[in-house]
Design a protein around this ligand. Structure first.
Ligand code: AMP
Ligand code: MG
Length: 307
């Protein structure tokens, strides 16, 4: 359902987010599929609804530098860029604060996090009203074109969303520029709404990312992988192994979802891998997980962990 914006509609969107639902959110870049970034299951359902075959990290949207500073470490460069370009189409990849209550799935288990303040008045109003940060990738099915009008979002997802806030046509219509500030050299991960030259005025030379990650974000080399060996399609734990189960599994050390719910399993995946990645075990054995829906992304991730 598309709704135009007044205080009641903002309250409706806030209520949807509190219930763990997704909403269609206008930003100046493209429409986003927004979820509470601290709510593991809501974040998992972003991947499910988009049909993403991989868990690539999502951008966290906040309404102020202070609110984002609860989750990310902003150094001097980040604060300089924030002052000049936020709110606006610039995303900064920063070290993630270890004690934050952000979902682990939101940054795909990495110890970095991508953050930005959007400029669209509706996005800012909602972020202020909600108070918590929102994860919001583009509101299109995986592999399809990004949406720049509320109708595009409703056409793609309709009833699967709490609501779609109508903020008109996106003024930038391009994704945000992404700059990685987690190393001494700033690196451009994705060109977008803020031209590189404007960033270089403040930062000096920005290096282009040389790799395959931009075309295929899920291939990020620094994905979280457990330190222990991981064994897939296990039926039982071997000697010393922890058993990570899915569905009706006897003797699982932890179970991703006893009822066999893939959204619940995705929401638990990184947290449980971290819990089991402990020297008291010799390895982590994982029982089979179906290869459909979110199971594709879960299998993709555990397969990488096992390699
Ligand atoms: P989108 O899904 O279109 O919003 O794009 C999000 C982009 O941000 C993807 O290209 C991600 O790989 C990138 N991204 C998000 N978080 C991180 C991170 N922690 N490190 C590197 N890239 C990130
Ligand atoms: Mg996208």
């Amino acid at each position: 359902m598309i709704i135009s914006i007044g205080p009641e509609e903002i309250s409706q969107a806030v209520a949807s987010l509190r219930n763990g639902q997704l909403i269609g959110l206008p930003t100046e870049t493209v429409y986003g599929l927004a979820a509470d970034a601290t709510h593991d299951e809501a974040v998992a359902s972003i991947f499910e609804v988009k049909g993403r075959p991989q868990f690539n990290p999502l951008i966290i949207h906040g309404h102020s530098v202070e609110s984002l500073a609860e989750y990310a470490e902003l150094d001097e460069r980040a604060r300089l860029l924030a002052e000049k370009f936020w709110p606006g189409p610039l995303t900064l990849v920063l070290p993630r604060k270890p004690d934050s209550n952000l979902s682990l799935l939101v940054s795909a288990g990495l110890d970095t996090v991508a953050v930005r303040i959007p400029q669209h008045p509706v996005a800012l109003k909602l972020l202020q009203a909600y108070g918590k940060p929102l994860a919001a990738p583009s509101a299109n099915l995986s592999g399809q074109v990004s949406p720049t009008r509320a109708q595009h979002v409703d056409d793609a997802f309709g009833d699967q969303l709490g609501c779609v806030l109508d903020g008109g046509s996106c003024t930038v219509g391009l994704e945000s520029t992404i700059v990685d500030l987690t190393t001494e050299k700033a690196v451009l991960l994705r060109p977008g709404g803020v031209p590189n030259e404007e960033l270089e005025v403040l930062l000096g030379k920005i290096h282009n990312y040389k790799g395959t990650e931009i075309r295929s974000p899920g291939m990020l080399k620094s994905h979280y992988a457990p330190g222990l060996p991981v064994r897939l399609n296990a039926q039982n734990a071997g000697p010393g192994e922890a058993l990570l189960g899915f569905g009706d599994v006897k003797n699982a050390t932890l179970n991703l979802s006893v009822s066999g719910d893939l959204v619940e399993a995705a929401a638990n995946l990184f947290t449980m891998l971290r819990q089991l990645d402990h020297p008291q075990h010799s390895g982590i054995a994982i029982t089979p997980i179906p290869h459909h829906g979110l199971g594709l992304a879960i299998n993709d991730r555990i397969y990488r962990a096992a390699c």
